[in-house]
Design a protein around this ligand. Structure first.
Ligand code: 5GP
Length: 114
């Protein structure tokens, strides 16, 4: 059996997290090491290791993640300005191999990102 990802363990309540949103398709919780005043990770409940492994059948869940992000941002008081980031692969900074969107807000963000 494939070992659970950290985020699956959060979904299964084996590891605690500060959860801000949950529905049938996804869960969102505060990052353990926040890089902005608001730093939430939005994860599909389905284990997809990285966005390059998402399949056509994942269209609904992928769209759902993007639609949920502004709802969470607004609920947390950052409706107007926030950044969404997905790291794909260790070369791009991915450290947890369970797809997630970083939702960050509450500070200025530079462009291009580092
Ligand atoms: P990545 O580097 O894969 O794009 O992002 C992984 C994120 O997961 C990092 O920002 C890291 O701080 C966060 N993280 C890693 N382990 C945990 C954990 O156990 N709980 C929470 N809430 N966040 C975690």
């Amino acid at each position: 059996m494939v070992e659970k990802s950290i985020f699956e363990r959060i979904i299964d309540r084996e590891i605690s997290a500060s959860i801000v949103h949950e529905d049938e398709l996804c869960i969102a919780f505060h990052d353990l090491d926040p890089q902005a005043p608001l730093h939430v990770l939005i994860c599909p409940k389905k284990r997809i290791n990285m966005i390059s492994e998402a399949l056509a059948e994942d269209l609904d869940v992928m769209g759902h993640l993007l639609l949920v992000a502004p709802v969470i941002a607004a609920a947390e008081g950052y409706a107007d300005a926030f950044r969404l980031t997905i790291n794909n692969g260790s070369g791009a900074g991915q450290t947890v191999f369970h797809l997630h969107i970083h939702l960050m807000a509450g500070r200025l963000f530079s462009w291009p990102p580092g």
